[in-house]
Design a protein. Structure first.
Length: 423
């Protein structure tokens, strides 16, 4: 930005999408200033993936898009231009070693998210990008359907293009407080109602609190809404004082949040023995109960379940802990088998938006050109990242979307400035 308060391109927000957009535009010759309201950019980037920064996923495009909701197809153009292979090459050029782990998830080899921010900051400095921190945007300036500038801390910055990458409304302490939504509304855009996505769930009853801290692996969770199966997910989950968390729960949480907001009845059925079908599980139970026929049922169940679950199981199947294993009748064994395959938990709510990993909802993608990320309502206004109504499962998909939309918006905004200069 020059001394007269003019910048050819302003990027609002210094998160993953904004930093990528700024650097890419600068590489293409744009004069870029990033306005970041926090005292340092990239704060949310530094806590993603539990502080390890799950950069992307190596899943093929069709599978990758399948992890997004109904607005996922909007990203096809951005992914066609800048997808996982291009992102991995980008980090290789920045000399950031990465590693691919279980489930195709890509992390920095160091496992330290701040290193990702550090290489971005070094790259932006080499590209000549100006980053202004503590810079809160007051309003956008739009004249005759064209973006002309932005007010920041009482001063007006004239610009010929602006990329709105202010993030969502989750993790507000990182600066994601939903500012991008009111700016988009000021420009005339419709905001799809925001709500939490990838968020822990609240369960009815006391079971979760009694098993607080217990983590389970290889669990098949089936989602039922109003008694009908709607989805399922396999993997890890954790019991919390209030309910459930973990990858399986986060994956299903988007559908659950929407169902709860519609007033529907939501239940999760947990298959605790997903590796065994009903017949094999029954044979296992018969063998254990016979071989340990003189032992209390509670002791036998310790061979099938973590100790934290034994009392819950006995309560659910209505059998006393001291009952000898050899006295268990066929009908009682059937109840136990059914419970092991169908541990039912009623979902009564979800944790607040501030605890969600990402925000669902945002700028209506029908009002944004997927080929450029430019607004269909205001020329010179572009969008990138979580401010858009795009969200996916956990696993690196959301961060790739931020990088891809940021890259595309940066390219398109720089092209606009070039064509303007040639007029």
């Amino acid at each position: 930005m020059n001394a007269t308060g003019q910048a050819r391109l302003v990027v609002v927000g210094g998160g993953a999408a904004g930093l990528m957009a700024a650097g890419q535009a600068a590489l293409l010759g744009a004069d870029v200033v990033v306005l970041e309201k926090m005292q340092r950019p990239g704060r949310k980037l530094c806590i993603t993936g539990k502080g390890r920064c799950n950069l992307t996923n190596v899943a093929p495009l069709a599978e990758f898009l399948g992890h997004f909701g109904p607005t996922g197809p909007f990203l096809r153009q951005a992914f066609h231009r800048f997808f996982t292979p291009e992102l991995l090459e980008f980090f290789q050029e920045l000399r950031l070693p990465v590693v691919t782990e279980r489930g195709g998830r890509v992390f920095p080899t160091s496992g330290k998210a701040p290193e990702v921010l550090a290489v971005f900051e070094q790259w932006l400095a080499r590209c000549g990008v100006t980053i202004r921190t503590g810079a809160t945007v007051d309003r956008l300036h739009i004249e005759n359907g064209v973006l002309t500038g932005v007010s920041c801390a009482g001063a007006t910055i004239t610009c010929y293009a602006l990329i709105l990458a202010a993030g969502g409304a989750s993790y507000p302490l990182t600066g994601s407080t939903g500012d991008g939504y009111w700016m988009a509304e000021q420009a005339g855009h419709r905001i799809v109602p925001i709500r939490p996505a990838l968020v822990p769930l609240i369960t009815g009853g006391s079971f979760a609190a009694r098993m607080e801290g217990l983590q389970l692996r290889n669990i098949l969770a089936r989602l039922f809404v109003d008694g009908k199966k709607r989805a399922e997910a396999f993997g890890e989950l954790a019991f919390m004082e209030f309910g459930l968390s973990g990858p399986v729960i986060l994956t299903l949480s988007g559908r659950i949040v929407d169902a709860l907001h519609e007033g529907r009845e939501v239940e999760l059925l947990l298959d605790l023995k997903s590796a065994l079908d009903e017949k094999k599980l029954d044979a296992r139970l018969l063998r254990d109960l016979e071989q340990r026929r003189l032992e209390p049922l509670a002791d036998v169940l310790r061979g099938l379940l973590p100790k934290e679950m034994v009392a819950v199981a006995l309560e659910e199947i209505d059998l006393p802990a001291e009952r000898l294993a050899g006295t268990i009748r066929a009908e009682e064994r059937k109840r136990l088998r059914h419970w092991l395959k169908n541990f039912r938990l009623r979902i009564t709510g979800h944790r607040p938006l501030a605890e969600a990993i990402v925000t669902a909802g945002g700028v209506d993608t029908r009002e944004v050109d997927p080929r450029t990320m430019e607004s269909r309502l205001v020329r010179g206004l572009y969008f990138a990242g979580e401010v858009l109504d795009i969200q996916a499962d956990t696993g690196g998909y959301n961060l790739q979307a931020a990088f891809s939309t940021g890259w595309l918006a940066g390219c398109a905004a720089a092209a606009r400035l070039t064509s303007r200069a040639e007029e």
